[in-house]
Design a protein around this ligand. Structure first.
Ligand SMILES: NCc1[nH]cc(CCC(=O)O)c1CC(=O)O
Ligand SMILES: [Mg+2]
Length: 329
């Protein structure tokens, strides 16, 4: 048996070239999906106070960012609309409007930057007057089957506009299978589904809700549909069901506090797993850097590498453009 001093693990760490050669994990711009918030108007940029460095952009501005992303080697954008308040309703019908903000953004980006992928979120929270991801009954309970029916319409609406990846983030049971069937039925055979399969009822979504304008509207919490942070066996069941229903890839969300889930899913199913480094995680890194508690660039790259090491095929992150620039430098 070999041991010290014959065996010294510090030997391969002694120089930069060697560390590079022995790196077990690589992070590249192709691992990054960039979430962008879209708002009405033209030439508009609205900074989001709780998400420093991130803004809502009008469609024309989002197209410019899409160009920038493509040039940086980012393969895919995730789009989220800040629906004007007068268009939000009890049942979120605006989600089905073929000319809604989301569809206009999809068409404009596909037109100008056809080489970039577009992932679109399926859930009603940017469209409902009560801020929930689905339809509610008189007691405020989110109804599963009635919601799933509308989500199918929302997914088709996005696919018709040109979405490449449908990403249901609502956590209704059965919606992946229903959406897959509807996509096949309409000839969208190559439109992918990335299921938010294990999405937790998390305190890390606050800045996102500011960004899409649902924070002030949301009544209660999302614990009757999003998962309990105490559970991981249940996450494996969620993933298994979504894969059975036709998901091409699955997502774990939030990210860093749930890397154990990423690892378990990857080892159990050996399928493409993505994670969402969510708004509160982004805000936490920015706050730490602003407070002088750590170097921003190093924090960004280290956390993103951690996702890859845990088994992720890619990460949705608000730091995508910044990280891609660091990686390209
Ligand atoms: N279905 C909504 C949705 N899609 C993505 C996020 C959160 C993303 C983030 O915090 O960055 C949320 C918020 C929520 O479930 O309330
Ligand atoms: Mg499920």
């Amino acid at each position: 048996m070999s041991h010290y001093p014959a065996l010294r693990l510090r030997r391969t760490r002694a120089s930069a070239w060697s560390r590079r050669m022995y790196a077990e994990t690589v992070l590249t711009p192709a691992d990054l999906i960039w979430p962008l918030f879209v708002t009405d108007g033209e030439g508009v940029e609205e900074p989001i106070a709780s998400l420093p460095g991130v803004s809502r952009w009008s469609v024309d501005a989002v197209v410019a960012l899409a160009r920038e992303a493509a040039a940086l080697g980012i393969p895919c954008l995730a789009l989220f609309p800040n629906t004007p308040h007068e268009l939000r309703s009890e049942r979120g019908e605006e989600a089905l409007n073929p000319d809604n903000l989301m569809c206009r953004a999809i068409r404009a980006i596909k037109d100008a930057v056809p080489e970039i992928g577009l992932l679109t979120d399926v859930a009603l929270d940017p469209y409902t007057a009560h801020g929930h991801d689905g339809l509610i009954d008189g007691a405020g309970y989110v109804l599963n089957d009635d919601t799933a029916e509308i989500l199918v319409g929302q997914a088709l609406n996005q696919a018709r506009a040109g979405a490449d990846i449908i990403a249901p983030s609502d956590m209704m049971d059965g919606r992946v299978g229903l959406i897959r069937e509807a996509l096949e039925g309409e000839g969208h055979a190559n439109v992918q589904i990335m299921a938010y399969a294990a999405k937790y009822a998390s305190a890390f979504y606050g800045p996102f809700r500011d960004a899409v304008g649902s924070r002030g509207l949301l009544k209660g919490d999302k614990k009757t549909y999003q998962m309990d942070p105490a559970n991981s066996e249940e996450a494996l069941r969620e993933v298994e069901l979504d894969l059975d229903e036709g998901a091409d890839s699955v997502m774990v969300k939030p990210g860093l506090p749930y890397l154990d889930i990423v690892r378990r899913v990857k080892e159990r199913f050996e399928v493409p797993v993505f994670a969402y480094q969510v708004s509160g995680e982004y805000a936490m890194i920015e706050a730490a850097a602003a407070a002088g508690a750590g170097d921003r660039d190093a924090l960004v790259l280290e956390t993103l590498m951690a996702f890859k090491r845990a088994g992720c095929s890619g990460v949705l992150t608000y730091h995508a453009a910044h990280a891609a620039r660091l990686l390209g430098a």
